[in-house]
Design a protein around this ligand. Structure first.
Ligand code: 13P
Length: 251
């Protein structure tokens, strides 16, 4: 059995005082969550705060992006080693907002994945189709190409300690979730794609669903055979809601 994992992606939200309240409420509520692993991916300036508040707790933390470069003249960028310095367990790579708004292409996403791995950070690789792509029946082709780009660059063995998140672009921040059946079909396709390279790695791979996950919908989504938890945006900013989603991962 793969362990369930629920990751909050705060995106560009928060301030020191609000974060403190949110993190303390999550830590206080964590014993009600059961076996699922839980993490929060916070904006870079708050990594130190996450580290100091969470270091002695079961709540893991991570970043939402990183540079593909190890160091050098890259003004404004943050390296994997810097994230490791702040105790990051996870780094999101290739989020659709990075791909769409900041022009991150598959090759760069693959390089970021490799950079995270090299620093001992577990990458959470996001893949997902746009509405137009879904409507023209390209979902599996699009997601497979995004996955293949990274598999080709880093090798399937690197996925033994990595997480994939399926996030249909049309479901992000829209209130419109994929149905459990729609999500399961894509998750199964992702697992099969990885299994084509290594069946053991595919069996152990945690594949999260992301896109308007709410406490109300989480249970049915997380109950699908190939859905191992969630990558949660908006709902991760409200302690009660996020904890309820984490609890749903255990049912
Ligand atoms: P929402 O849960 O706000 O739709 O965001 C999903 C997401 O993009 C998580 O990475």
């Amino acid at each position: 059995m793969r362990q369930k994992l629920v990751v909050g992606n705060w995106k560009m939200h928060g301030c020191g005082a609000d974060n403190r309240r949110l993190l303390q409420a999550l830590v206080a509520g964590l014993p009600t969550v059961g076996d699922a692993s839980v993490a929060v991916c916070v904006p870079f300036p708050y990594l130190a705060q996450a580290q100091s508040l969470l270091a002695a707790t079961p709540l893991a933390w991570g970043a939402q992006n990183l540079s593909e470069h190890a160091q050098g003249a890259y003004t404004g960028e943050v390296s994997a080693a810097m994230l490791a310095d702040f105790g990051c367990r996870y780094a999101i790579v290739g989020h659709s907002e990075r791909r769409a708004l900041y022009g991150e292409a598959d090759a760069q996403v693959a390089a970021k994945f490799a950079a995270a791995k090299a620093a001992g950070i577990t990458p959470i690789l996001c893949v997902g189709e746009t509405l137009a792509q879904r409507e023209s029946d390209e979902t599996v082709a699009v997601v497979s190409a995004q996955l293949d780009a990274v598999l080709d660059a880093v090798g399937v063995a690197a996925f033994a300690d990595a997480v994939v998140a399926y996030e249909p672009v049309w479901a992000i921040g829209t209130g419109r979730t994929a149905t459990p059946a729609q999500a399961q079909a894509v998750h199964a396709a992702i697992r099969a794609r990885v299994a084509g390279r290594d069946a053991d790695v595919a069996r152990g791979l945690q594949i999260l669903y992301g896109g308007s996950v709410k406490a109300q919908s989480a249970g049915e989504i997380f109950a699908q055979a190939d859905i191992d938890g969630g990558l949660v945006g908006g709902a991760s900013l409200v302690a009660e809601e996020f904890l309820a989603i984490c609890q749903a991962a255990n049912r």
